[in-house]
Design a protein around this ligand. Structure first.
Ligand code: NAD
Length: 255
């Protein structure tokens, strides 16, 4: 039980990478609180995890782009089991490929609110609780933060902002015993990935092309990112902070 009786809050935990994290932490005895705006998927997911255990799970409906909802949900999460040991800022969206000329400033601001301001805000709201446990913060960024991505200037910027925040906060919070790290996945097989492929003329061949980018010839799984998050949330990584961990299956090699 590598996370026995400890509490993790995961934003966007109903599906995809967040759900992969929740499953891994629950399997390791953790108490998992997922904050998601998809109430149906969230309710179903926690039912499943509570049946399989050995940890337990709680779903709280929340749109992370609304700071008041986020603060209320984090306070409720902290009350549920009287502690918070880890915050995983995972909720995020990827808009369809759009050149900068066609990206409105309103769309950029909206994306920043969902992908980045939520990361900053959730951290701020969870901090009083994390200070008590000398907990950890994990930000789910993206390889696009360091490699860029064509026609995704807004998305890549929000993901790069998470990396800057990770490093600045690692410095600010390190002396208080709080570690802050980021995971930068390349291509992970999630509903978001499949929704993106569905916007293209030939979704199946698009998914095959994406799989071929990793040296293993496949995408990562949400569970694989969950296992990395578990490592960053436990003392196994006690000397790591401010790290932007490139979880890319070798996709960035051999440029
Ligand atoms: P996903 O769409 O499969 O799952 C995201 C979850 O977040 C969903 O349950 C969704 O309901 C929830 N969510 C979205 N917006 C929300 C909001 N405003 N409030 C609350 N919940 C919200 O996505 P995913 O692929 O699992 O991506 C998760 C994170 O990983 C994102 O931050 C994404 O940028 C990042 N990422 C994904 C990939 C990939 O290949 N899938 C690669 C790099 C980074």
């Amino acid at each position: 039980m590598r996370f026995g009786n400890k509490v993790v809050i995961i934003t966007g935990g109903a599906k995809g990478i967040g759900a992969g994290c929740a499953e891994v932490f629950c399997r390791e005895g953790g108490r998992v609180v997922i904050l998601d705006k998809d109430a149906e998927a969230g309710t179903r997911a926690v039912e499943r995890w509570n049946q399989t255990g050995p940890g337990s799970a709680l779903f709280l409906p929340c749109d992370v782009a609304r700071p008041h909802e986020l603060q209320a949900a984090i306070d409720r999460a902290a009350q549920a089991w009287n502690r918070v040991d880890c915050l995983i800022n995972n909720a995020g969206v990827h808009p369809p490929a759009t050149p900068i000329e066609d990206t409105t400033l309103e769309a950029l601001e909206e994306l920043l609110r969902i992908n980045f301001v939520s990361t900053f805000a959730a951290t701020k709201f969870a901090l009083p609780h994390l200070r008590q446990t000398r907990g950890t913060i994990i930000n789910i960024s993206s390889m696009t933060a360091v490699l860029g991505q064509e026609h995704s200037s807004a998305y890549a910027s929000t993901k790069a902002a998470q990396v800057g925040l990770t490093k600045a906060l690692a410095l600010e919070l390190g002396r208080q015993g709080i570690r802050v790290n980021a995971i930068l996945p390349s291509n992970i097989d999630t509903p978001l990935m499949r929704a993106w492929a569905a916007t293209l003329p030939d979704p199946e061949s698009a998914l095959q092309r994406v799989a071929a980018l990793q040296v293993f010839g496949r995408m990562g799984t949400p569970e694989e990112i969950g296992r990395i998050a578990l490592f960053l949330a436990t003392d196994d990584s006690s000397f790591l902070t401010g790290v932007a961990l490139e979880a890319d299956g070798g996709a960035s090699l051999d440029y």
